[in-house]
Design a protein around this ligand. Structure first.
Ligand code: ADP
Ligand code: 5GP
Length: 216
């Protein structure tokens, strides 16, 4: 008997989403997580103050600068970076456990984090850069989100140009004009990448079983 085709063993993938602040990557990430229960979010640690809409332990682990430095110096972070004047980092243990168990993980991290993950685990990474349709729209989205002060929005707009310059380092680039279409594009990328032959060691057994079947 051939095993259930949907249960063929495969390696987990690390789906990295980056974009300038306000382009919509958290919204796309949220939609992906809702549509796909097998995808797990890597919850970063940050020294940034919590926004009113955020929950500690769900959106981020909010920590002091001192605690961040302790984690970083004890090698508990897979990657880390300073972004817009705050520190952000990916906890090592949850990401390594997910990979070891063949589960897929989503990383909402900046280009500096993507560079570090690419250096460490290139074969497991699928990276997607989200672009806004225009700088004007980027500014409107940051203002409409209404969760950051004017000064913070100005810093993020200035930094947007630096982030955008790294678009070439990503496997895929999606322009988030219409949210439904951008979300469908990222979802299609995840579905296709899961089907890659080199991520599916279980195919060897599946195909052997197929060939061992008696012809009907
Ligand atoms: P990021 O995580 O990249 O900083 P967010 O996901 O927080 O950005 O999105 C910024 C704001 O733009 C939010 O208010 C979000 O609802 C809105 N937004 C996201 N995508 C679109 C879109 N395609 N069209 C209009 N507004 C959008
Ligand atoms: P925000 O403050 O808007 O939540 O995030 C600011 C930026 O930091 C975004 O570009 C986001 O992707 C990035 N970021 C969030 N967590 C991490 C992380 O763990 N590592 C890195 N390198 N960047 C992160």
């Amino acid at each position: 008997m051939v095993e259930d085709a949907s249960a063929i063993r495969r390696r987990g993938l690390m789906l990295v989403l980056s974009s300038p602040s306000g382009a919509g990557k958290s919204t796309i990430a949220r939609n992906l997580l809702e549509s796909d229960p097998s995808l797990e979010l890597s919850v970063s640690v940050t020294t940034r103050p919590r926004r009113a809409s955020e929950i500690d332990g769900v959106h981020y682990h909010f920590v002091s600068r001192r605690e961040f430095e302790r984690l970083r110096d004890s090698d508990a972070l897979l990657e880390w970076a300073e972004v817009h004047g705050n520190f952000y980092g990916t906890p090592r243990e949850p990401a390594e456990s997910a990979m070891a168990a063949g589960r897929d993980m989503l990383f909402d991290i900046d280009w500096q984090g993507a560079v570090q993950l690419n250096e460490k685990m290139r074969a497991d990474i699928v990276s997607v850069f989200i672009l806004p349709p225009s700088m004007h729209e980027l500014k409107s989205r940051l203002k409409r989100r209404a969760e950051d002060s004017d000064a913070t929005i100005e810093t993020r707009l200035k930094n947007a140009r630096i982030e955008i310059e790294h678009w070439r380092e990503y496997d895929y680039v999606v322009i988030n004009e219409d949210l439904d279409r951008a979300f469908a594009a990222v979802r299609a990328i995840a579905i296709a990448e899961r089907l890659r032959r080199d991520r599916r060691p279980g195919l060897f057994d599946f195909v052997s079983g197929l060939l061992a079947e008696q012809p009907v």
